[in-house]
Structures are given as C-alpha cells and as structure tokens.
Design a protein around this ligand. Structure first.
Ligand code: HSE
Length: 316
C-alpha cells in the first residue's frame, strides 16, 4: 500500500481511574479531543507548530508533549525525511480528561502513519507513555491506552506493561462535567497516601472487580456502585470546589455513580440512558455554578471503541 504523505489524527478524551481503578482502568469517550496534522517534509527533523486558545499550553518543541513524542520516534526510526507537525490543542491542560495523553497519542499515531514501515497500535503505547511521563512525571497508562486503542482498558500490570481490552457491552451512557479550573496531575499524585490499610485495599479490590464485570455486562447499577473510590477520591475531592454538592446532584438526577475523572477537576457520572445522562449533565453544570461559582462544559458519550482515528489528507 502507498504510504500517506499527510495525515490528520483525532485522539479522544478519556476517563481514567473510573473511581476505584486508580492507574488501572480507563475508557475513551467521543469528545473532546486533540488533533494532529503531520506531513512528510524534505528538511530533516521535526518542524512543530500549534494552534490553541489555551494560553498555558507550551508551544515550543522542547516542552510540548506532542513534539516530544514525535522527536522520540524520529530519533528511533531514523527515517529518510523530516516531519512537519501542527497540533490543534483543543483540550485544556490539567482538566482530568487525559489532555496530555490525547496530544501524545495523536502525535504517535500521526508519525506512525507516515513511517515507511508502521508499528501496530500497541507498539505505539511506549511512546505515548513517555509523553505522559514528561507531562506529569509518571508513565501511567490509564489515559493513553484507551485513547490509543479505544474502548475500556485494564492495565493489569506495569512492569512489564500488560494492557487488557475489556470486552464491553455498549449500554451505559457516561457524563463528564469539566469545570473551568485546573489541577496539575503531578500535584494530585503527590498528595496521595503512600500506603493504604488492608481494609481499604479489600474494599478497592472488590470494587475494581465489580467494575470490570459491570462494564462487560453493561450493568449500570453495578458500575455505579463500584466507582466508589476509597483511595484517591477522599484526598483529591478537596481540590475540586463543589465536589460533594455536584456528586449529590448527579446522583439525585438519576446517575448510578459519580466520581473524579482522572486526577480532576472533571467529574464523571454513569447512567443507563441518554435521557437521564442529559438530565445529570444539566444538574452537574448547574451545581458547579450554584455551589462553587464555576462554569463548566459537559459531555455525554458512550464508550468510544475506535480510539485515535487517522484520516489521509489528499495532496493539493
Ligand atoms: N491515574 C492517573 C491519576 C490519571 O489519577 O493520577 C491522571 O489523568
């Protein structure tokens, strides 16, 4: 097959942790997401540029994770051409929606699509994780894996990495509320306890196992009960103004469960229907404003099975 000379890649937002599955569970959703357009260029090396409305995203090639990931791949594969890349950075950073993973994955998938001999999707995960390491100091895979592979992913093990796609039944409808404030993942990780009690661990194991079964069987009530997080949420909730009120509002509006998306400040809720999901989204938005005076965006989505998608851009 003739290799493309120019591609556009969309990489979706992700809900990491799903409450109880800290660093081990994540799902891809349909929106928002980042876009990378990359093309072959005669000049060797990487030419990087960015379009965004978010003032705090680094645009220089040394600091931006998309550029960083692309450079890693160029260094490793020594291809006989250069790459011109533009990142359309749509997602805000520090949102809890896997923003750095989306940029890293979009970049890795775009560079890969231009390679003379591309890797398979799983082979790209290690590059995306280096982007995560650069962004937050930790190569956690619970955003990058579902963003790259789509669906729901279980990170069974980190050393060596073992990512297991969970065979989901597509009946749950997810709500994400993104309040207009930010939390640095690195800070939210540093505040976590270094050890937990056996009692807490038992509670968490039970919930993670229940979550996996609930995702596979499409049981909204089971998933909702199991997003209960005894480890990160009690500490991180304090970083999110209005957290308790928003969670209560989501449950009152019909959500089966509600917790922090990734390291926050976004919150997610799980519901059994599109109608209830929209009611929950409205309730969460209204309550973020009423309880904390913070505006928020909401998203309603099933699980995105495709993950990052590549489109060939035809030559002009
Ligand atoms: N599992 C990671 C954390 C996800 O909670 O720190 C960050 O998006």
């Amino acid at each position: 097959m003739i290799r493309p000379r120019k591609v556009s890649v969309f990489a979706p937002a992700t809900i990491a942790n799903l409450g109880s599955g800290f660093d081990v569970l994540g799902i891809a959703i349909d929106a928002p997401g980042d876009v990378v357009v990359a093309q072959r260029q005669a000049a060797p090396g990487l030419t990087f540029s960015m379009t965004t409305k978010h003032a705090d995203v680094p645009s220089d090639a040394q600091s931006n994770v998309a550029a960083y990931v692309a450079q890693l791949m160029l260094d490793e594969f020594k291809i006989p051409f250069g790459i011109g890349m533009r990142l359309y950075k749509r997602m805000p950073i520090g949102s809890g929606l896997g923003s750095s993973a989306a940029s890293s994955v979009a970049s890795a998938v775009a560079v890969n699509a231009l390679l003379p001999v591309p890797l398979d999707r799983r082979g790209l995960l290690r590059f995306a994780l280096e982007g995560e390491r650069k962004a937050s100091g930790s190569p956690h895979a619970d955003n990058a894996a579902p963003c790259l592979l789509g669906g729901a992913c279980l990170i069974r093990k980190y050393d060596p990495l073992d990512v297991i796609p969970i065979p989901i039944k597509q009946s749950l409808v997810w709500v994400v509320a993104h309040p207009h404030t930010s939390i640095r993942t690195e800070d939210a990780r540093n505040m976590l306890p270094k050890a937990i009690t056996l009692q807490t661990a038992i509670r968490q194991w039970g919930n993670i196992s229940g979550l996996t079964i609930g995702l596979a069987s499409g049981d909204a009530a089971l998933v909702g009960a199991c997003v209960e997080d005894a480890v990160a949420e009690p500490v991180r909730a304090n970083l999110i103004p209005g957290f308790a009120e928003v969670k209560e509002a989501a449950l009152r509006a019909g959500a089966h469960g509600c917790s922090i998306s990734g390291s926050g400040p976004s919150m997610f809720a799980v519901t059994a229907s599109v109608r209830v999901a929209h009611a929950v989204a409205r309730a969460m938005q209204k309550t973020f404003w009423g309880a904390a005076g913070i505006a928020c965006d909401t998203y309603v989505s099933g699980i995105n099975r495709r993950g990052a998608t590549v489109r060939r851009v035809p030559p002009r």
